[in-house]
Design a protein around this ligand. Structure first.
Ligand code: SF4
Length: 363
């Protein structure tokens, strides 16, 4: 008899689980119980599921896999930021970052930055992930698994721990894995699961114009951030190569459509480095965003080994901010997180790979 490949039960909406259960002779309520155990209680093994009898659990075990991502390494910063390096079933590695804001000003916000691809095909010049190239898209279960497994890990320290916000800003371009990302958002939003509100989710894109327009249609509650990094095509072509395919005029038009349809402002990320922190770029940014529902986040870049890109001085960053304020553009400098660990996207994975290379070098 031909053996069927098992399904990853962390990658299914509740309705879909119910359909699979019914097709396999199980009652629909078993799907609701299973969904709850996986997505609300972060169960990682079949024997944790107490209210489903052994016979039905065995049936579920024949259909589905239930397996956590393997934690290979955790780095913890003095400021509460924690970076997880997970290994996937095929041996690939991804990073997930928990930014703990709890102690800063009692906002009680636990934001997790998740990855959506192994590597990234966009190849931004300041990014360790982009430098390492693209391997594959993550599955839905690998995306939801990052939230579930971080939650489970942190609940060992604090049983009340809960992720409140998600940013799709880790490794990979989320809009190049659009369907999986949208489904993961739906699963994590479910009442019977983590109940993470749509308005507490932000997708960050390097500028995939057709998908910005699709997001505005499909899920207007989800926030949009754009990794802008430059206000002129000349500079942006160099920093974010996807700009050659979707140049600034097209990108800004799509952002305007998103804002009009959703009535939400777009966050524009500017990773400031020595090449884009000039007065001219700041003035070009003021003209580009004039009249838009926008907020600019200035992020002094974390130096990435091998990129040659350097962090600008504090004075340059402050001058840049002042120019935007003078042009009536809402702006903030992003709190610097995890500077004492490999916090920039792809850095921990890059470090691990270089350690592996070192360890296999002939002496
Ligand atoms: S910054 Fe984002 S889009 Fe650009 S290469 Fe890195 S992961 Fe990809």
């Amino acid at each position: 008899m031909q053996s069927m490949e098992k399904l990853d039960c962390r990658g299914y909406l509740e309705d879909e689980l119910a359909e699979v259960c019914l097709q396999n002779g199980l009652k629909k309520y078993r799907a609701n119980q299973l969904f709850n155990w996986i997505n609300q209680k972060s169960a990682q093994h079949w024997d944790e599921i107490k209210n489903i009898g052994k016979a039905d659990r065995d049936t579920l075990n024949r259909i589905f896999t239930l397996k956590p991502l393997e934690i290979m390494r955790i780095q913890q910063s003095k400021d509460g930021t924690r970076k997880f390096l997970f290994q996937l079933a095929d041996g690939e590695t991804i990073e997930t970052v928990l930014m703990d804001y709890t102690n800063l000003d009692s906002r009680d916000r636990q934001t997790v930055c998740v990855s959506t691809q192994v590597g990234c095909p966009v190849g931004c010049s300041f990014c360790a992930t982009g430098m390492a190239g693209f391997r594959r898209n993550l599955t839905v279960g690998e995306i939801t698994g990052q939230i579930l497994d971080v939650t489970r890990y942190l609940q060992q320290e604090d049983p009340e721990f809960k992720v409140t916000n998600i940013v799709y800003m880790g490794m990979g371009e989320p809009f190049l894995n659009y369907e999986a990302v949208m489904k993961a958002i739906g699963i994590l939003n479910s009442e019977n699961g983590q109940k993470i509100g749509m308005r507490r989710v932000t997708i960050s894109t390097s500028g995939i114009v057709p998908k910005i327009l699709k997001l505005a249609e499909d899920n207007p509650q989800v926030g949009l951030a754009v990794s802008l990094h430059a206000a002129s095509n000349k500079v942006r072509d160099r920093l974010v190569p996807i700009n050659k395919r979707y140049p600034l005029a097209q990108l800004m038009e799509a952002c305007r459509v998103y804002s009009t349809q959703t009535n939400r402002r777009v966050t524009f990320e500017m990773a400031l480095n020595e090449t884009n922190a000039s007065k001219e770029e700041a003035m070009a940014l003021v003209s580009l965003l004039h009249g838009m529902l926008a907020h600019v986040n200035l992020i002094p870049v974390n130096p990435v080994f091998g990129s040659g890109i350097q962090r600008p001085s504090k004075e340059k960053i402050t001058d840049f901010k002042r120019t935007l304020e003078a042009g009536n553009i809402p702006v903030s400098i992003r709190e610097e997180k995890g500077l004492d660990i490999d916090a920039a996207c792809g850095q921990l994975r890059q470090r691990l790979e270089s350690e592996i290379d070192e360890s296999v070098k002939p002496s």
